[in-house]
Write a protein that binds this ligand. Sequence first.
Ligand code: NAP
Length: 551
Amino acid sequence: MQRGHMTAIQDVDTQVQGSAELDFDAIVIGAGMSGMYQLFLLREMGLRVRVLEAGTGVGGTWYWNRYPGARFDSESYSYGFSFSQELLDEWDWSEQFSGQPEIERYCNFVADKFDLRKDIEFSAQVTAAHFDEAGQCWVIQLTDGACYRARYMVTAIGLLSAPTMPRFEGVENFQGAWRHTGLWPKEGIDFSGKRVAVVGTGASGVQAIQEISKTAGHLTVYQRRPNWCTPLHNRPISKDEMAEIRAGYPELFQLCRETSACFIHNIDPRGTFEVSEAERIAFWEERYAGQGFGIWQGNFRDMLIDREANKLMSDFVADKIRGRVKDQKVAEMLIPKDHGFGTRRVPQETNYYEVYNQPNVTLVSMLDEPIERITQTGIRTSAQDYEFDVIVYATGFDAVTGSFDRIDIRGVDDHRLTDAWGGGPKTFVGVMVNGFPNMFMIMGPHAALGNNPRSIEYNVEWVRDLIGHMSERNLTVTEALSESVDEWNAFVHEKAEGLLANEIDSWMTGVNMNVEGKQTRTIVRYSGTAPEYRGRCDEVAAGGYKELSFF
Ligand code: NAP
């Protein structure tokens, strides 16, 4: 296949007008878990597919986030692909929560097993994607000027894949090493004996801090708002245990289909106040001693909606923090005061709080001592200058819609997706957008989240079935009807009501102070359960896709 070269998207539009010739049936943007599986399925249908991947390898999130300490927060065996029995038979997980190197190896194993690389173009950064109405195809342009036309475009670009730097003055002038956790260098960074700063204490920061504190000469953590972190309780998986896990895969994936967010942990049907105080505490102690997200996703049913219940749970975790951190002044700095437990994504930790008992670690609260600028030699706060050899920015992502905003996506009448989503995203089941025909999103806004590979597999298969439906009927273009989008949007907003998390600023409510125009809360997430989500999507397919138009 020759790569077409254009100098500007205007040239592309002119050339494509009236041209029926397509380079591919489908272009998939991104070779993470979504893109790899979509490639596998569409190719199986006989489609000519090309995956465009900005990185030099597969894995998406697990390719880019190679910072020290990066690991699963979902049980490894619940996170891998479930679609291939051979894959399940051949891959052994070594830890309950595997680290990034193993996860990346897994993604490469999948790519090799299914010979995916031959249809993936690496170092291919998409800058623009315009729907050409005359050609009824997507025209997709890369940074190097290459340009492809395809009938279908599948965005598999992730919901936490557009890293954001803080808007501090002087970042570029720092003369030591500096990196964002989401853009970590393959060669790694040696922290031994060095003076290191970490800015940010979300899930990435917490994982990085635990690891960096082991070798850094001195680590200074800059925390703005603390998060509620709970123990991961990771441990190795023996060969025998792996054999048991393998034998139980059918039940395990069935369980993930039934739980609200596809984790192996499910909400406890009891209300916080329906049990005695002793029972409540015993239950929370058990959850705190248990592994992973059990304490967040497997808590009392009212914990994330009832203020009093949430307050009690928060007090319980606050006491745990007080018990683990020796200096009570530092403990109080680490206890969130502005949001309740679980209303932001709960970072999972291994001895995170104990890190602050180490003599080589200092916590600086940016609420008391804000960063004023980055200097050539370190960080200047309102109180003093600090000198560093390395600065790590664990400052998060322009989540959910950010990766879309970074591509110039235009649909019918040259309408920009960023404009269509001004004031908040509007989609049909998180997969389609009115005015953007033949564009399908995997993990798009308003699709079910949680233990993401489970939702990814569902969405990828749903897209495959829709394309199959079209092929069987010789239909070439589909679009979500605007009333279907309105209905889905109303449903998503209805599901968001009453959830304490939606009253808090976080990436889950579309807030990112580092991004222009993302300072106010928006409903960017579907907050209903995954089974309900899939039920709705299944109904659409079973009903012959009446919510879509075809031509
Ligand atoms: P994040 O949760 O958005 O955290 C970003 C951190 O940086 C916050 O502490 C934030 O403070 C701070 N920050 C941002 N801009 C700042 C500024 N200008 N000045 C000072 N502090 C600033 O991002 P993340 O930790 O990368 O995690 C994002 C999501 O990725 C997680 O919630 C999770 O869903 C996913 N993740 C998953 C895993 C896993 O599964 N293993 C691991 C890591 C991440 P404020 O809170 O005050 O804004």
